[in-house]
Design a protein around this ligand. Structure first.
Ligand SMILES: *Cc1c(COP(=O)(O)O)cnc(C)c1O
Length: 464
C-alpha cells in the first residue's frame, strides 16, 4: 500500500512533462495533441501502479511515452498494411489492391469538379451511370449495365425489381452465406420476394425447378457457390439448362455470379472460375458480380443483362439509396479500361500481377528479402515452400503454391514478433506456422523490403 502511494506521488506533474525539451518542441506543432497525450500517459501510469506494476516514472521515460502516444494518436485508423498472409483477396485487408490508374483516377476526381452528372457535349445534366455502362457492355457482351455500391446491393436491387412480392426458385445447394453478412435467404427477405427451395444440398435436377413453377414464380435464381464446393455425389442445373427452361415458361434467369472474373484463371494455372462472359453467353437474363474480387477494382456491384430489366432497375428508387460514389466510379472506370488491352491485365492489375507470379519469381523475390534481413541480429530466416490462397470467396478449394520467408528469433518468441510487427507504423501482417513467422512473397510488395527489415530490427531489440 505504502509503495503504491509513494509511486503515485512520484508520477511527474503535467507541467514538468510539458517543460521537457522534446515535448516542448512537439507542442509547437500541435498543442492540444500533446496535452491530450500527456494526460493519457499519466492516466495509464496511475492505472499501472494501482495494478501493482512499477512503471518507468523518470521524466525522460515519461516524455518518451508521451511522444510515442502523440505519434499513435495522429495515425490514421484506416491505413495501409503489408499483407504477408499470401491471401491475395483478403477481405479484412481491403480485398483487391487497386491499380495505380484507378487510384490516380479517384484522386483526379476527388480534387476537382468533374463530369459525374454532367454532359459536356450537350452542356446539361448527364447520368452518373453512363461513365461505365458502354465499357462494361463492350467487355462482357451485355445489352445494358448498372453499377451500385457492392454485389450485395446489386442482388437486392435485382430481386427487388424483378421479384418483389413474388417467388424465386433456388436450389438448396446454392443458399450461400458470404462473410457472415450476406445470406441469400435474408437478402430475398429484404427485397420482399419469397424463396422456394428446390432439390437437396448435393443434388438438384431440372425437374425440381420445373415442378416448382407456380402462378407467383417470378424467376429462377442461380447463385455461384463462391466460397465453398460441394463435391462427390453431386448434380446442379447449369445456367444454360435454366435458360432453356425459362424460355419455355417465360421466366427470366437471374445469376449471382459473385467474384466475376473477366479473364479465365486457367491462364495463371489456377482452377477456372466461371467468367462473366460465360455467364452472358449462357444466356442469363441478369447477372451480378463484385468489383473488388476477381475484377481487381474498387468495391462495387455490377449488374449486366437485358435492357428491359436493367432499365426497370434504373427506375427503382432503391437505386438511389444504393448508388455508387464518384471516387469508386472513377476507380472502376480506370480498372475496366485496362481490360480493353488484355495483355496489360497481368502487368497493371495488382491482383493478377500477384496471381501470375511464378514459383521462380517468388523464390528470387524471397531471396532478396532474406539478404535484407541479414542485418537483424539473432534472427534466423529461410525460404519455405508454402500454400497461399486467392481469397475473397473465390476458388475456395484451390491452394496457391508459393514461397514464404520463414523467421524465428533467438530471444523473441514468434508470437511476440507477430504482434509487435502488427503495431508498427505500417503494420506487417504475417502468419504463424510451425513456430515460425511467415511472410508470403506473393502478397508482400517489394518496395517495403527495406522497411520490413527495419521493423524487424526494432521489434527484436536489434535497433537499440
Ligand atoms: C461475394 C459475393 C457476394 C457479395 O458481394 P459483395 O461485393 O461483397 O457485396 C454475393 N454473392 C456471391 C455469390 C458472392 O460471391
Amino acid at each position: 500500500m505504502e509503495i503504491k502511494k509513494e509511486l503515485l506521488r512520484s508520477i511527474p506533474k503535467v507541467d514538468e512533462v510539458l517543460a521537457q525539451p522534446q515535448v516542448k518542441k512537439a507542442m509547437e506543432e500541435g498543442r492540444s495533441q500533446v496535452t491530450d497525450g500527456v494526460r493519457q500517459v499519466l492516466d495509464a501510469l496511475r492505472e499501472q501502479i494501482l495494478r501493482g506494476e512499477e512503471p518507468d516514472l523518470t521524466l525522460e521515460g515519461v516524455s518518451r511515452a508521451v511522444l510515442q502516444q502523440v505519434e499513435e494518436n495522429s495515425r490514421m485508423s484506416l491505413r495501409p498494411v503489408i499483407n504477408g498472409t499470401g491471401i491475395v483477396l483478403h477481405t479484412n485487408l481491403g480485398r483487391a489492391v487497386m491499380c495505380r490508374e484507378a487510384a490516380q483516377a479517384a484522386m483526379d476526381v476527388a480534387e476537382n469538379y468533374n463530369t459525374l452528372e454532367y454532359d459536356c457535349e450537350k452542356g446539361r445534366r448527364g447520368s452518373r451511370y453512363s461513365h461505365v455502362e458502354d465499357l462494361i457492355c463492350r467487355l462482357t457482351g451485355a445489352e445494358a449495365a448498372l453499377v451500385v455500391n457492392n454485389n450485395a446491393a446489386a442482388v437486392m436491387l435485382v430481386l427487388g425489381t424483378m421479384a418483389k412480392n413474388k417467388q424465386l426458385i433456388v436450389s438448396r445447394g446454392e443458399l450461400v452465406e458470404i462473410g457472415g453478412s450476406f445470406r441469400v435467404p435474408e437478402i430475398m427477405e429484404q427485397s420482399n420476394s419469397t424463396l422456394l427451395e428446390v432439390g437437396t444440398t448435393n443434388k438438384t435436377h431440372p425437374s425440381d425447378y420445373e415442378n416448382a413453377i407456380g402462378p407467383d414464380t417470378a424467376a429462377f435464381l442461380k447463385v455461384h457457390t463462391s466460397n465453398y464446393k460441394i463435391m462427390g455425389f453431386t448434380e446442379e442445373v447449369s445456367v444454360e439448362e435454366l435458360v432453356e427452361m425459362g424460355k419455355r415458361h417465360d421466366l427470366p434467369v437471374i445469376y449471382d455470379l459473385g467474384s466475376g472474373a473477366l479473364v479465365d484463371l486457367a491462364q495463371f494455372g489456377i482452377e477456372s472460375e466461371p467468367t462473366v462472359q460465360q455467364a452472358m453467353a449462357a444466356g442469363a437474363d441478369v447477372t451480378s458480380f463484385s468489383g473488388d474480387k476477381l475484377l481487381g477494382g474498387p468495391q462495387a456491384g455490377i449488374i449486366i443483362g437485358k435492357k428491359k430489366y436493367v432499365d426497370a432497375m434504373k427506375k427503382n428508387p432503391l437505386t438511389r439509396a444504393l448508388r455508387i460514389d464518384k471516387l469508386t466510379l472513377a476507380a472502376l472506370e480506370a480498372t475496366l479500361r485496362i481490360y480493353l488491352e488484355p495483355d496489360e491485365i497481368a502487368r497493371k492489375i495488382p491482383t493478377y500481377r500477384m496471381l501470375s507470379m511464378s514459383m521462380d519469381e517468388l523464390r528470387s523475390k524471397g531471396g532478396r528479402l532474406l539478404r535484407r534481413l541479414k542485418k537483424v541480429p539473432g534472427l534466423s530466416c529461410a525460404l519455405s515452400q508454402e500454400e497461399g490462397q486467392v481469397g475473397g470467396g473465390s476458388v475456395p478449394t484451390q491452394m496457391l503454391p508459393t514461397w514464404a520467408v520463414a523467421m524465428e528469433h533467438e530471444s523473441v518468441t514468434v508470437d511476440q514478433m507477430e504482434s509487435r510487427l502488427r503495431s508498427c507504423r505500417i503494420p506487417v501482417i504475417g502468419r504463424i506456422s510451425k513456430d515460425r513467422l511467415l511472410l508470403d512473397m506473393r502478397t508482400v510488395q517489394e518496395e517495403y523490403f527495406g522497411y520490413i527489415a527495419q521493423c524487424l530490427l526494432e521489434v527484436t531489440g536489434g535497433a537499440q
